[in-house]
Design a protein around this ligand. Structure first.
Ligand code: ADP
Ligand code: MG
Ligand code: MG
Length: 510
């Protein structure tokens, strides 16, 4: 990019900032790049009718991202989809890892118990749907930039709806606003790839919906989104719903907390999941696909009835996105085992076992960074315990429990402190991961109407959709499904948009 000022530009003139901000504020609401406001912003009980929406936090400019890294991440997504579908089929492998972490992790232990209960009576649905997201940061290795995987999400992978809109916003600004800036940036040279994340994820849900077939009970079939109460990131989900509805698929939102109230299960052996419309209970739909945007953390299971709800979904004929096995395939422990290099003693790598094709497995392997177990027995575990408890060495690491949704990790100096509070026999519930340090970048974030300018860190997510048969291993659908760029201030450890630190962004390929 040849520019008279660096890209993205730091805006200094007040009027420039004001006009750009105003355009973003209006475009975002007009196009559903929005979230419900946090109570702290509007005041408790100030929006009793639930009518308010605010801009999702977003960068003023798409962040520069290396083209080779972006293309590599997109190209390997279908291999990642297949890898995780195979892990999900290997119950023995997952069971072993669950045993390793379950001592210090009651949540994982309970998920596994539900799986065992359903296995005992027999699963009635062999098809399994994954709407995945593989997250990366660009890592500088000398002059070479290489994507390194942060994590792989197998449940409630969010922001596909808002991400497509963010790409459209930046494309709109490149056409209308950037050329008007003083000392304008050469927008013709901005390489902004299209992003079909909302369509792509909806296509995955649609594939599962079609594969389910017609109801043998004579009901219309539907897709059901199981959601959290008081979800603020609702428009992200709505974009997927609308995309599905445009293909004439009936879609309903059901709070996870109300599954037991508004569904019933047809008797064994068929066990269809029947959804009774809350305000007209005589209207019944058969659930073809149960898409979970809830149920990924302990907070969604405040009582035994929530576990009963999960059990009902898992044992039903509905195609679950995800099943419990697929959810567990997303444990950070799985990622650590995959990233463990083969040794003479342990034989071939776990990755090689799941992905025998050498070209494919080495393409995946390149995206791994060092991840260690924290057990007291293995040599790797003992080394990791030394690194994690050393006040200097720990500065290079992040320690993660088997959790999703942001805000659960311990960084750098907080690691030894945290370990002091946990009995040593439970340290193995965590993994220790080397911190990835992407090249420094600058951008400006518009958050709740205020501009934050400074150093930022970008995290790329690539979506993937996969529908497979747990029994035969047959893959019915496997696609790469668009991308997400999330950006956070470089002083923040966590980058979750929902958790309140990160913001939406899109890539300008360089
Ligand atoms: P979660 O499943 O809760 O999203 P993540 O593994 O994605 O957990 O960690 C949350 C955030 O922490 C990431 O979005 C990223 O900003 C930061 N993070 C996690 N692992 C690393 C790492 N190895 N290097 C640098 N930052 C990391
Ligand atoms: Mg995650
Ligand atoms: Mg994450």
């Amino acid at each position: 990019m040849t520019s008279s000022r660096p890209y993205p530009p730091a805006l200094d003139a007040g009027l420039e900032k004001d006009r750009l901000s105003q355009t973003i504020k209006d475009w975002s609401i007009a196009n559903g790049l929005a979230v419900r406001p946090p109570p702290a912003l509007v005041g408790q009980n100030q929006d009793p009718e639930g009518i308010l929406a605010i801009n999702a936090p977003v960068t003023l400019f798409p962040s520069p991202f290396p083209k080779s890294c972006f293309e590599e991440a997109k190209a390997i997504q279908t291999s990642y989809n297949e890898l995780y579908s195979r892990i999900s089929q290997d119950e023995e492998f997952l069971g072993r890892l669950v045993q390793e972490v379950a001592g210090g992790d009651d949540f994982i232990a309970k998920l596994w118990d539900i799986h065992l209960k359903v296995k005992e009576e027999g699963y009635v649905q062999n098809l399994s749907l994954g709407l995945f997201r593989s997250d990366y940061m660009a890592h500088q290795d000398g002059a070479h930039l290489q994507i390194k995987q942060v994590e792989f999400n197998t449940i409630a992978s969010s922001f596909g709806g808002l991400s497509a809109q963010t790409s459209l916003l930046h494309q709109h600004l490149a056409q209308t606003e950037y050329p008007l800036l003083n000392d304008s940036i050469p927008t013709a040279s901005l390489n902004l790839p299209t992003n079909n994340s909302a369509q792509g994820l909806a296509a995955g849900l649609h594939a599962a919906y079609k594969a389910y077939g017609e109801s043998t009970l004579g009901h219309p079939t539907c897709v059901i989104f199981l959601v959290q109460d008081g979800e603020r990131n609702i428009f992200d989900q709505r974009h997927l719903e609308y995309a599905l509805q445009r293909s004439s698929v009936p879609v309903f939102r059901l709070p996870f907390s109300q599954v037991l109230t508004h569904t019933t299960l047809a008797p064994t052996p068929s066990r269809q999941l029947l959804y009774h419309l809350p305000h007209s209970p005589s209207k019944t739909f058969e659930v073809a696909v149960a898409y979970l945007r809830a149920g990924y953390g302990p907070g969604d299971y405040p009582s035994p009835s929530a576990w009963e709800a999960r059990h009902r979904v898992e044992r039903s004929l509905a195609i679950a996105c995800p099943t419990i096995l697929t959810q567990l395939a997303g444990m950070k422990k799985v990622q650590q085992v995959l990233a463990t290099p083969p040794t003479l003693a342990s034989g071939p790598s776990t990755l090689g076992k799941f992905v025998p094709d050498p070209a494919r497995s080495s393409a995946l392997w390149k995206t791994f960074t060092n991840i260690y177990p924290l057990d007291g027995e293995s040599a790797a575990g003992q080394e990791a315990r030394r690194l994690a408890t050393d006040p200097v060495e720990c500065q290079k690491y992040v320690m993660k429990p088997q959790r999703e949704g942001g805000g659960n990790n311990f960084y750098r100096g907080a690691i030894p402190e945290q370990l002091k509070t946990i009995p040593e026999e439970h340290w193995n519930s965590f993994i220790l991961m080397e911190l990835i340090t992407p090249p420094p970048l600058q951008n400006t974030i518009l958050r709740q109407g205020k501009l934050e300018q400074g150093g930022v860190i970008c995290e790329l997510g690539v979506y993937g959709t996969c529908l497979w048969d747990q029994e035969t291993g047959e893959v019915r659908h496997n696609e790469e499904a668009g991308y997400l760029l999330r950006t956070k201030g470089d002083q923040s450890e966590e980058g979750g948009v929902a958790a309140g630190f990160g913001c939406m962004d899109s890539v300008a390929l360089v």
